[in-house]
Design a protein around this ligand. Structure first.
Ligand SMILES: [Zn+2]
Length: 315
């Protein structure tokens, strides 16, 4: 039996995303600094195998290996003219690993630049770049889109609008990366949780969330609680998703190292789920072993709206 519509599926129960791609590439001897996105062309079997390892660990969906596959990020590696080829190939590899039962989310990351006057980008060229990427992912057969690690409201707004303008009826998830700011959380560009949620909700996404960031595990739990309460305040019933890092990185020989064990990660994720987050994966430092531990704790659990609410909104 083929998979049900993704939008329906995410309302039915816990939905597990995958963990990081970068750490898995390093584990397979791919040196840092290469264009990870071009590996969809150069080393498709390696990318396929990583996707497969996440499905075996219990992921319901994987993200395509296209985090930096927009025109601007690719141009820094000399591949600015290969957007279509790379994204289509990436979606096809993930689709092949997912088979008929599992899901593929087309991954869209930031441009790596800022809109004028802060940076060099014109809104229209940024919009064109994101729609070009989304169209190629769509052509490769994705089930939906995930726009992630954004830090600026103007960039995520353009990304969501661009993806929605070409994606037909496919679901769109959007998340920003938060750091600690005093007793609160803000993105690098100073966006707080309430403003992020209000903006993303107003743009009609299916799920809002947070990923990456430089937080401790217990801070990700607090951030999840803030997100769920901000969504409720917004009056919307969009789902919240979370892709925390494996804790805060430590610098070892000039490299960021994540030392949180799969068990500790899964324990934090269980609390994130209890706060009302049903779509969960891992960002930097997480691997299949983290997803396996999460899957053991959460797989098959019913959807959790929020610990402050007893009524099931989807009934
Ligand atoms: Zn990350």
């Amino acid at each position: 039996m083929a998979r049900i519509n993704l939008r329906e599926r995410i309302k039915q129960g816990v939905f597990l995303l995958d963990g990081a791609m970068g750490t898995q590439l390093i584990a397979r001897g791919i040196e840092a600094g290469r264009c990870n996105d071009y590996l969809n062309i150069e080393l498709p079997d390696t990318i396929f195998e990583i996707h497969q390892s996440y499905f075996q660990a219990g992921s319901d969906a994987v993200l395509t290996n296209t985090f930096g596959a927009n025109k601007f990020a690719l141009a820094r590696h000399g591949f600015g003219d290969k957007v279509k080829e790379i994204n289509k190939a990436a979606a096809k590899i993930a689709r092949r690993a997912a088979g008929q039962q599992k899901y593929v989310l087309g991954d869209i990351g930031p441009s790596g630049d800022f809109l004028k006057p802060l940076g060099n980008l014109e809104p229209e060229e940024l919009r064109k770049a994101f729609s070009e990427q989304a169209q190629a992912l769509l052509a490769g057969g994705v089930d939906g889109f995930i726009i992630e690690t954004m830090t600026a409201l103007d960039e995520i707004t353009i990304a969501i609008e661009a993806v929605k303008s070409v994606c037909g009826d496919l679901p769109v998830f959007a998340s920003m990366a938060f750091d600690k700011a005093g007793g609160d959380f803000r993105t690098m560009m100073g966006v707080d949780v309430e403003s992020a949620v209000a903006k993303m909700v107003s743009l009609g996404v299916d799920a809002v969330g947070f990923n990456c960031g430089t937080l401790l595990l217990n801070e990700y739990v607090k951030l999840a609680e803030k997100f769920v309460s901000a969504v409720k305040t917004s009056g919307s019933n969009v789902l919240v998703y979370a892709e925390p890092n494996a804790g805060k990185p430590q610098l070892v020989n000039n490299r960021a190292v994540y030392k949180v064990s799969p068990e500790d990660f899964a324990t934090a994720v269980e609390k994130i789920h209890s706060a009302g987050v049903n779509i969960i994966g891992g960002c930097c430092g997480t691997g299949p072993e983290h997803i396996t531990a999460v899957s053991r704790k959460l797989q098959g659990k019913k959807i959790r709206i929020s610990k402050f609410e007893t009524r099931n909104k989807f009934k």
